[in-house]
Design a binder for this molecule. Structure first.
Ligand SMILES: Cc1ncc(COP(=O)(O)O)c(C=O)c1O
Length: 394
C-alpha cells in the first residue's frame, strides 16, 4: 500500500531494538500502548504489574528500572514517581486517614515534615516527633499508623536506633517507612538489617541522588516486599496519575551500572574529609555516623555492616562565627558549589541554621551554623584543599 508522506513518516518501516541485543535495554516512550486486538483490550489486567495498558501504568523501560531498584534495595515490588518527595507523599497519602497519628524523627527531611504539616491542617492527621537515637521518645498511642525513619538523617546525620524503633513499631502494629536515600540499598539492607532479620515495611528512595548520579534528573521509588501493601500503594499511585518519563527512566537505568563504584568513592572521600575536618580549629563539631566519637556510631555499626556510608559530612562552626562569616566561607569555596541535593558528580555545600530546624532539645548538637558538604566525584585531596583555602575567608 502506498502511503501519503505524512502517514509514511509516522509508520516508519524500520523498528529498532526488537531483534538486536544492546548493552542498555530499549527505551519505550508511551502514553498510548496499542492493543493487538479487542481480545487483548478486554482481557487486560492493568492492576497486574506486568500488563501494559497505558503509559501511566508503566512500560518495559520503567519496569526494568523499578525491578533493578527493588533488587538493589532487597525488596520485591516497586513504584516509580517523578521525585523523591512525591514518593514520600505517595506513602503519606496512601496510609494516613483523618485522626491518625504519624511519628517522624526530629532530623526528618524537611519537605516530608512540611507535607505532613499540610495533611495535619487539611485532614486532621496528628504529627508527633521522636528523637531517632532515643527509642523511649517514640510513644505511640492506639491512633498511630505510620512511623517514618531516616538512616541517617540527611543534615545532622545521626543514625537511628533502627532495631529498637522497628521492634517497637511492630509491637504496636504500626507501619514502618524508611527514607532509604542515604543508604541507597548499598550501606545496608532495609528489608533484612539485623541478626533477627528485621525489616521495614516500605522504603522510599530519592533516585535523584545516587541512582541518577548526574545531578540532572528527579525521580523517586517506593519499594515493598508485601504484595497487599504494594497493591494499596499501586492504587493510590494510579488514581493520582503519578507517572515518570521513559527518557528519564532510561537515563537512571544507564547510571545504575556505576552506582556502587560512585557510592564507594564518595563514602571513602567523606571519611577522608571527616578525619581532616576534625583537626580544624573553626569547627565546634564534625558530624558523620561512621565517626567512633559520634553519638549514633553504635547504631551505624550494628546496621551498616558493609562499613559504607553516603558522601555527606556536616560541620557546626564555633559560635564565634556568625552567619555573615559562614556565608563568606561558602562563597569562597571553588570546587564545592552552593546548591541542594547530593549524590551527583559535583561536590555541593549548603548552610543551615539548626535553631530553625529542630522541635526537640538535642544536647548532643552544639549551637551554631551548620554547613553540610556533599561529596562528589572529585579527588578528595582537592576537596580538602578547597575547604582549607575557603577557611581563610573567615
Ligand atoms: C533524604 C531525602 N529524601 C528525599 C529527598 C527528595 O528527593 P527529590 O529531590 O527527588 O524530591 C531528598 C532531597 O534532597 C532527601 O535529601
Amino acid at each position: 500500500m502506498d502511503k501519503k508522506f505524512q502517514t509514511a513518516l509516522i509508520h516508519a518501516p524500520r523498528k529498532a531494538g526488537q531483534y538486536i541485543e544492546t548493552i542498555q535495554p530499549p527505551l519505550f516512550r508511551a502514553s498510548t500502548i496499542i492493543f493487538r486486538n479487542t481480545d487483548a483490550l478486554f482481557n487486560r489486567h492493568w492492576t497486574d504489574d506486568y500488563d501494559y495498558s497505558y503509559g501511566t501504568h508503566g512500560t518495559p523501560t520503567t519496569f526494568t528500572l523499578g525491578d533493578n531498584i527493588a533488587q538493589i534495595e532487597g525488596g520485591k515490588y516497586h513504584l516509580l514517581t517523578p521525585s523523591g518527595l512525591s514518593a514520600i507523599n505517595l506513602v503519606n497519602s496512601c496510609f494516613l486517614y483523618q485522626g491518625d497519628e504519624v511519628w517522624v524523627p526530629d532530623n526528618i527531611y524537611g519537605p516530608n515534615m512540611e507535607h505532613l504539616n499540610y495533611l495535619e491542617s487539611h485532614y486532621g492527621i496528628q504529627v508527633r516527633v521522636y528523637n531517632p537515637i532515643d527509642v523511649a521518645t517514640f510513644q505511640p498511642t492506639e491512633k498511630a499508623k505510620l512511623l517514618w525513619l531516616e538512616a541517617a538523617g540527611s543534615i545532622t546525620l545521626e543514625f537511628p536506633d533502627l532495631i529498637g524503633l522497628v521492634k517497637k513499631a511492630r509491637a504496636h502494629n504500626i507501619l514502618t517507612a524508611l527514607d532509604n536515600t542515604w543508604g541507597a540499598g548499598l550501606a545496608f539492607n532495609a528489608f533484612d538489617f539485623s541478626n533477627e532479620h528485621l525489616s521495614v515495611d516500605i522504603t522510599v528512595h530519592a533516585l535523584t541522588k545516587y541512582p541518577s548520579g548526574g545531578g540532572d534528573i528527579l525521580m523517586g521509588s517506593v519499594i515493598t516486599q508485601d504484595k497487599a501493601l504494594h497493591h494499596k500503594l499501586f492504587r493510590t499511585h494510579a488514581v493520582q496519575g503519578i507517572a515518570i518519563s521513559g527518557d528519564d527512566a532510561a537515563l537512571v537505568q544507564r547510571s545504575l551500572a556505576s552506582m556502587q563504584i560512585r557510592y564507594q568513592h564518595q563514602s571513602n572521600s567523606a571519611l577522608q574529609l571527616l578525619t581532616w575536618l576534625k583537626t580544624q580549629e573553626a569547627f565546634a563539631q564534625v558530624l558523620h555516623s561512621a565517626d567512633p566519637e559520634n553519638i549514633s556510631h553504635s547504631y551505624w555499626k550494628e546496621t551498616c555492616q558493609t562499613e559504607q556510608s553516603a558522601g555527606l559530612v556536616s560541620v557546626i562552626f564555633k559560635a564565634e562565627y556568625d552567619m555573615n562569616a559562614i556565608r563568606k566561607f561558602c562563597d569562597a569555596l571553588k570546587l564545592f558549589k552552593l546548591g541542594f541535593s547530593w549524590g551527583g558528580p559535583v561536590s555541593l555545600v549548603m548552610l543551615y541554621n539548626l535553631a530553625d530546624m529542630r522541635h526537640l532539645e538535642h544536647s548532643h548538637l552544639q549551637q551554631g551554623i551548620l554547613v553540610r558538604f556533599c561529596i562528589g566525584l572529585e579527588d578528595a585531596d582537592d576537596l580538602v584543599a578547597d575547604i582549607q583555602q575557603a577557611l581563610k575567608a573567615l
